[in-house]
Ligand binder design. Structure first.
Ligand code: FPP
Length: 249
């Protein structure tokens, strides 16, 4: 769907701001290793980058900023690193909820609750509750998220509804699938408009496969902890020059 978003001036250029920007925040580990530090320092610094980018995206009028914070595949990392990553939402919201409130940002979460420690779930839920009345940008964390698993779950739910007679097989269309994905919670902005990945890697890594069907991609060589609002602006400037045809001519 085409959503109305503001037109803002960046470097004297008029930019139509993409409604839904999604980011694969990659390179924390390499950033730390380059500095001779443990990987957790990269994740720690990555939180600051989250803050910087959130503030700039909100100022620019982005409607939803989805950040890939922990994937269903990240459980394969060493237990200490998984533990550290599970603590990050607690520390992030402890520090930044007042600033998010000030900017009228609303926190949302997509992903599987299972396996996530209850203290982490509680911190996330508190942040969502505290910001639920905010009407500005939605800061949407993909946490314990995997796109294939999301599609499998949606398929199971729809099949069960068909068996129970709640839905006709012939009525299963794109809309029906869309409403069974986690991103239902960010309606009407489920489709990604601009996907950004840091650290020079150019792949999707099981992130919003359905929702990225027509998105524009922007790849930055910067490692995530070095990412900032000006790099986001560069991505927005690059988006300006894209022609989105959705299969038409
Ligand atoms: C990928 O870098 C990054 C992650 C798996 C974690 C992302 C987390 C943050 C950016 C911190 C903020 C999170 C919250 C919830 C506020 P990598 O570790 O794969 O880096 P590498 O590719 O260099 O090893």
């Amino acid at each position: 769907m085409v959503c109305l978003t503001p037109v803002v001036m960046i470097e004297n250029e008029k930019i139509n701001i993409p409604a839904h920007v999604a980011m694969i925040m990659d390179g924390n580990g390499r950033w730390a290793e380059q500095k001779g530090k443990a990987r957790k320092f990269g994740h720690e610094e990555g939180m600051e980058a989250v803050r910087r980018v959130t503030m700039r995206a909100s100022e620019r009028g982005v409607k939803v900023l989805t950040l890939y914070a922990f994937s269903t595949e990240n459980w394969k990392r060493p237990p200490q690193e998984v533990h550290f990553l599970m603590q990050l939402p607690i520390r992030f919201f402890d520090r930044f909820v007042p600033e998010l409130q000030e900017k009228n940002v609303k926190v949302n979460m997509i992903g599987f609750e299972e396996k996530v420690p209850s203290s982490t779930k509680k911190a996330i839920q508190n942040a969502m509750d505290e910001t639920k009345d905010n009407t500005g940008m939605i800061l949407n964390f993909a946490f314990n998220y995997g796109s294939r698993a999301e599609i499998v779950k949606a398929t199971q739910t729809i099949c069960q509804k068909a068996i129970d007679g709640q839905i006709n097989v012939k009525d299963i269309d794109e809309k029906a699938i869309e409403t069974h994905l986690f991103t239902e919670s960010i309606t009407p902005y489920q489709d990604v408009d601009l996907l950004i990945r840091s650290s020079g890697e150019q792949r999707l890594s099981n992130f919003l496969l359905w929702q990225n069907a027509y998105s524009e991609f922007y790849f930055s060589d910067l490692l995530w902890p070095d990412f900032n609002g000006d790099v986001l602006d560069e991505a927005l400037l690059s988006y300006k020059n894209r022609q989105r045809r959705y299969g038409a001519v």
